[in-house]
Design a protein around this ligand. Structure first.
Ligand code: SIN
Length: 340
């Protein structure tokens, strides 16, 4: 553990570093190619103005992982979540900031949203440009994350992300550009607020269950149930569904077309999967807007569940945690989709 700054009476913000582009490095400050997860957190912190940070927080930091987030696995989520819960039990730690790759940050955020047993602020942050880039976005995003985490206004808000001056809820965030610095959008609720002049301005609350109201406990979990996400398109075949079942999937999240629809061939395979005990959740390849029950598919008849307002990747996490908690009844799993 490296201690960066001691500002006495300021909240202690503990930074857990996991890698990503915010820790990326390139041999050129202007090229678009780089390697993610190369720079350690102590070096990243050197890019922040110490006297400005000291106005808001005392920082401690730890390199918990060092990867591009495309290589993170459910085991890594468990590792991060257990460390977060351990740290937040410490009365000397007021908040956590997690530096993370942007590719799967929404998945780690949702996992933490459902498994963090504290109302202390947890803020995830990343960058679209590597730390060596001309006009890197990481330092400002990280500074905002520290200010956001240190604010009493962030307490009880659930797991947050800040990017490009926006504040987003982990329940609702999705990556919306593979390359631009304004890369995160809320899928349904809207931005929770904005960072301006080193102050968080919250405009709304997330009414879905999260953190201290979550029923999920992973403290004794060493691996999570296998759940696959499959993608629908014109002419999609049943093969992907059959392969997922053959390969041991306990759940399938089907990102269908439109309102979570699929063609007759895929429907037949999904009904067969459901009848064999695999839990099937209909969701949509359209990121924005809900996939509700009672559309063109008779969900109740086939034991299907729908994701409502969750992206396929957030849906997968709810299903994994539900199955891990021993919930296999489709109606009960449906309730989880609605309440988280
Ligand atoms: C990653 O997700 O680790 C690479 C991409 C990024 O952080 O923007």
């Amino acid at each position: 553990m490296a201690s960066f700054l001691s500002a006495g009476d300021k909240p202690v913000v503990y930074i857990l570093a996991t890698g990503g582009t915010i820790a990326g490095a390139s041999s050129s400050s202007t090229a678009s190619s780089y390697d993610a997860g190369k720079v350690l957190i102590e070096t990243i912190l050197q890019a922040l103005p110490k006297d400005e940070v000291a106005k808001y927080a005392t920082l401690k930091s730890e390199q918990v992982l060092q990867k591009g987030s495309q290589n993170l696995t459910p085991s890594d989520w468990l590792k991060i979540s257990k460390r977060v819960n351990e740290l937040l039990k410490d009365k000397n730690i007021d908040a956590i900031v997690i530096t993370h790759g942007t590719d799967t940050i929404e998945e780690s955020a949702m996992f933490l949203q459902l498994t963090t047993k504290s109302d202390k602020p947890v803020v995830l942050v990343g960058a679209m440009r590597p730390s060596t880039s001309l006009s890197a976005d990481g330092p400002k995003n990280l500074f905002d994350a520290i200010v956001l985490a240190s604010s009493p206004l962030s307490k009880g808000k659930g797991v947050l992300l800040t990017f490009n001056g926006n504040i987003l809820s982990a329940s609702d965030v999705t990556k919306s550009s593979p390359v631009h610095i304004d890369a995160f959008k809320p899928a349904n609720i809207g931005y929770l607020g904005y960072m301006w002049n080193n102050t968080p301005y919250f405009l709304r609350d997330n009414l879905q269950r999260h953190t201290t109201q979550s029923q999920f406990d992973i403290s004794n979990t060493s691996s999570l149930p296998q759940v696959e996400i499959l993608y629908g398109y014109a002419g999609s075949s049943a093969k992907a569904v059959e392969d997922a079942v053959k390969n041991g999937a306990k759940g399938i999240v089907y990102a269908g077309v439109g309102n979570g629809n699929f063609n007759d061939e895929v429907q037949k395979a999904l009904i067969k999967a459901s009848q064999s005990g695999v839990k099937v959740v209909r969701t949509s390849r359209i990121i924005y807007g809900p996939t509700p029950q009672w559309g063109e598919v008779d969900d109740e008849k086939y034991g299907f569940i729908t994701s409502w307002w969750h992206t396929p990747q957030a849906t997968r996490i709810i299903l994994m945690l539900g199955l891990n908690a021993g919930i296999t009844d489709s109606k009960e799993l449906q309730k989880l989709m609605l309440s988280y």
